[in-house]
Design a protein around this ligand. Sequence first.
Ligand code: GLP
Length: 253
Amino acid sequence: MYKIFKTVDEVAQYTAQRLLDKIQTKPEAVLGLATGGTMEPVYAQLEKGLRQHPMDLSRLTTFNLDEYIGLAPSHPQSYRYYMDQHLFDKLSLAQERVHLPDGMAEDRADACRAYSAAIQALGGLDLQLLGIGSNGHIGFNEPQTSFASRTHVVELSEQTRIDNGRFFADQREVPTHAITLGIQDILEAKDILLVITGRHKADIVAQLYHSGVDEALPASALKQHHNATIVLDSEAAALLPRQEVFNPKASVV
Ligand code: GLP
């Protein structure tokens, strides 16, 4: 299902509210979290919502989608650092319930297995938040990743390294590898929100709309999921056919 809002602010409010609703109805929920520029306004809204209506977060568990290999948590471009800055430092989460893949693990295969297993042991993800890369990746699952994949090490595509280079002082500092939750892990989430904003994502949104379920476009895996919502602002939706924007399946707010 597509949900299309006029502004990024409205997208952030809607997405944050979905997270708040989940926490309210299930205080022991397991949330799958994402990073990237798209999520910054979402986390700002979430924090604002929690300030206005405080909730007990002590039983909440979070698993982030991905982490760069070779960046320590203290590195300003690590996803752990991002999460601390944008969310974790502002909330009272139980630290032992906050999880990110360990980009510094010596035994990466073992760390990957343990990550997927830890999610399964808790009964799976109740809600998975996702952004999208300009090549259609979700998490760091690049095009042609098997839809049956579990947490694994990936070599980042040139496109992804260029896209994410904007966060680094020098393109050469962008790591070449990362650990990401697999597509099968993501598809097992009970509820999925794919959030996409900005004109620069309009092409991939149109490709996703027209695509079948195809490993060449990782986000198309969500078309197999019964409870996935694609949340767009009007800029990201700019190249969708008009009938989709005005179709009863999409709610235009
Ligand atoms: C990175 C992350 C993805 C994220 C994507 C989009 O590659 N690994 O999980 O969805 O960036 O990021 P942005 O929101 O900055 O466009």
